[in-house]
Design a protein around this ligand. Structure first.
Ligand code: ASC
Length: 155
């Protein structure tokens, strides 16, 4: 009787721990996603500052930003978008809309557009300030197009 109670207690504890571990995993996935997008934003921001004339154009610095953006655009975000981590399941913690999970094809299309814009920006940014200026808007447009469909306006 005592042993059975002990085993039951262990089983309940294991289920609770499993649930807690899954909740941690969901929170970690959201943190990792947000960190990823901050990396994109920071590197794009460095190029935007040059385009706006807030800092001088510098080909070496521009190449580092575009190399980072290129590398980031190769990251497979699929594993980070765990089921159950949309903005309804995790209100206040993420702006990821359920459309990410219900329309994965649309999301892939947006990410392909983004990757293409990053490729063009990389070439342009190496060529000088004016080419950088003329391509960077397309990257911002690709960011916005995806946000419009897949990211809530507010938390
Ligand atoms: C950025 C950034 C975004 C996009 C977006 C473009 O630099 O952090 O989220 O550009 O503002 O519409």
């Amino acid at each position: 009787m005592k042993i059975k109670l002990f085993v039951t207690t262990l089983a309940v504890a294991a289920v609770l721990a499993g649930g807690a571990a899954m909740a941690d995993r969901a929170e970690d996935a959201v943190k990792a996603r947000r960190g990823y997008f901050q990396m994109l934003s920071f590197n794009l921001g460095g190029l935007a500052a040059m385009a706006k004339g807030e800092v001088d154009y510098n080909a070496v610095a521009a190449a580092k930003f575009t190399a980072n953006l290129d590398a980031l655009s190769d990251v497979d975000l699929g594993p980070l978008f765990l089921p159950g981590t949309d903005n309804q399941a995790m209100a206040g913690k993420t702006r990821s809309l359920p459309a990410i999970w219900s329309n994965p094809t649309g999301l892939v299309g947006r990410s392909e557009d983004f990757n293409e814009a990053i490729d063009l920006l990389s070439i342009a940014a190496a060529q000088g300030l004016n080419p950088l200026r003329s391509e960077i808007g397309k990257v911002g447009g690709a960011c916005k197009a995806c946000h419009d469909d897949f990211r809530a306006k507010d938390f």
